[in-house]
Design a protein. Structure first.
Length: 274
């Protein structure tokens, strides 16, 4: 099976609070990634609006099929590349920290609502989702979705592994000084669950410096594609970047054959976990 070339967009998006500016940056990245042979582009958590936007979350939130989603679909179809991205989703009176996935023809493939909210800002601005495993098929690869803090809970990633996820997409807004998540935890998660993880982070500072209106947050960067053998196939630094690496189903099958973690589980001993 042909590897799925995957690009990760690390950046602030556009100006926090400006969906139009974020979409323009996404269009440029999609063009560049597709020219390099990528079939999937993964952007960060709350990509469309910026993360540290304070009380503007409710104002900027839109439905999963809203104008922002339509614009992303047009970008995907124009460049022939699937796109995963974060955004604040409005559903009636509720607002969710969500991620969407559209196919290379612009068709909407999946929507996921963050299940584990982090800190006071998120718990006051969003309602947590209640569907732990959301998946879609892309070029023969079973793709799953989480958002940021979700991946730090081993139960979430194991649920994906048991459901057959091969590539886990994680739009994120990891802030400093928690670089350990990107540097240590992500490769370990990929190894212990025998899957690929695409972790696309934000970079720079947003918030009280005048961008966005929320408290100042400095993001860690360090976006990466972690492989099931525990290696990192591509890694960004602290600044804006577009990195690319292959998700190879053949290597995944070989790794799963060699690594017995999932086969050697004894679920009857773990009932105390729930």
């Amino acid at each position: 099976m042909t590897p799925l070339r995957t690009a990760l967009l690390q950046g602030p998006g556009g100006v926090p609070g400006s969906t139009a500016d974020s979409l323009a940056a996404l269009d440029r990245a999609a063009r560049e990634a597709a020219a390099g042979g990528a079939r999937l582009l993964v952007a960060s958590e709350m990509y469309l609006t910026g993360y540290a936007i304070g009380e503007r979350v409710a104002e900027l939130a839109e439905p999963a099929d809203g104008p922002g989603a339509a614009a992303v679909s047009r970008i995907a179809a124009e460049h022939g590349i699937a796109v995963a991205y974060g955004y604040p989703e409005r559903d009636g009176d509720a607002v969710y920290n969500s991620a969407g996935l559209v196919g290379p023809d612009g068709t909407r493939l999946a929507d996921y609502r963050k299940t584990h909210l982090y800190g006071g800002f998120e718990t006051s601005a969003f309602r947590p989702g209640d569907t732990p495993v959301v998946q879609a098929d892309l070029d023969g690869v079973r793709v799953g979705m989480l958002v940021c803090y979700d991946v730090e809970f081993p139960e979430n990633v194991r649920a994906h592994a048991l459901a057959g996820t091969e590539l886990l997409l994680v739009p994120t807004a990891l802030m400093r000084p928690y670089e350990i998540v990107a540097e240590t935890l992500l490769p370990a998660r990929a190894f212990e669950n025998q899957l690929y993880i695409a972790y696309a982070n934000r970079c720079g500072t947003e918030g009280a410096d005048g961008n966005g209106g929320g408290g100042a947050i400095t993001f860690a960067g360090l976006s990466c594609l972690a492989a099931p053998d525990g290696t990192v196939r591509a890694r960004a630094g602290a600044g804006e970047d577009l990195i690319t690496a292959d998700v190879d189903p053949g290597r995944l099958r070989a790794s799963r054959a060699d690594n017995p973690y999932l086969r050697d589980r004894r679920p009857e001993l773990y009932t105390s976990l729930t």
